[in-house]
Design a protein around this ligand. Sequence first.
Ligand code: TPP
Ligand code: MG
Length: 360
Amino acid sequence: MSFSASTFNRLDFATSPINRALSSENKIELLTTMIRIRRFEQAALKYYNAGRIGGFLHLYIGQESVATGTISLCGANDHNITAYRCHGHALASGMNMNECMAELFGKATGSAKGKGGSMHLFAPDKNFWGGHGIVAGQTPLGLGLAYGLKYKGLPGAALCYMGDGAVNQGAYHESLNLASLLELPVVYIIENNGYSMGTSQKRSSAYRGCLAQRAEAYDMEWDLIDGSDIYEVRAKTHIAMERARAECRPTVLEISTYRYYGHSVADANAKKYRSPEEIENYKNNHDPINTFRTRLLQEGVLTQEKADQIEQSAKEEAAASVVFADQSPAPSVESIMDDVYWEVDNKTIAGQTGRHFFND
Ligand SMILES: Cc1ncc(C[n+]2csc(CCOP(=O)(O)OP(=O)(O)O)c2C)c(N)n1
Ligand SMILES: [Mg+2]
């Protein structure tokens, strides 16, 4: 089927300036990133279930358009930080599968030398500041990234992601207050997948309209985004990032999305607090990868053969990362105390004496 504007009966975000600027290669790259994230996590799930990965494993399957679409807008001065459901943000930020899978396996070749695990992927050289386990703990840190940009006079934006369960934490509200008061270039992105662990959003939050609308109380701009359409994710996030870069003003975005799996793989009730029909409906009608693949086929940008090839190579890349992780050494016993405090590793006086703030 050939593409025409009348094919789509809703506002077509493909025609927004930031999406019109995409070449066919750029579009295929967006699809490839989403598929790589999904294949990486499917491999991780398999080896978690086989007992090869310890701790938690929070899967991002179903939410791929959020990290992929938003981080695709980032330039040299833009930064991002998120919670524990961080594999998608890590790969979208340019981390490779080997260092991520090795981290999940707890190996010395992992991005945090095997000491962080699934919740703590981290790549400051790629402007990706983690991977944080405390719900909303990253929201003041995201504010700090934005403060740093303003302090240095750099025209950038700090993207700070959180779940719908994080919006009732005090730290988030303190952050919104300061973001607006100090006029900081931060974009708070609520990835609303409908649940905080086993509690639905409607049972956990009081709000008028939507969660993002609370921004009005802090005199901040906000917007709602349909996460199943990566074009919409990019179009609306771009506006917020430009507001941050050019006007140093913060924004709250709420992106509706969904996770197919439980809160973590260890969520025994994953199929009890929501119906199988709900999961099936999302898979069949709102899956961001299926939606975008179909769209690119319609636009004539993608062929079925190329789509199959992208799937195959992502699968092979993920399988190779498992081999890499499996064959990598565990961290040495001698290194167990390293990487806890910078001062201790660098043998500063504070590190040697344990005195950080007082001289006596
Ligand atoms: C301060 C704090 N309280 C409780 C927890 C336990 N906890 C971990 S994840 C989570 C639910 C968060 O849900 P949401 O913000 O919607 O993110 P999602 O898991 O859906 O991505 C809770 C309560 C925690 N990690 N930190
Ligand atoms: Mg949630």
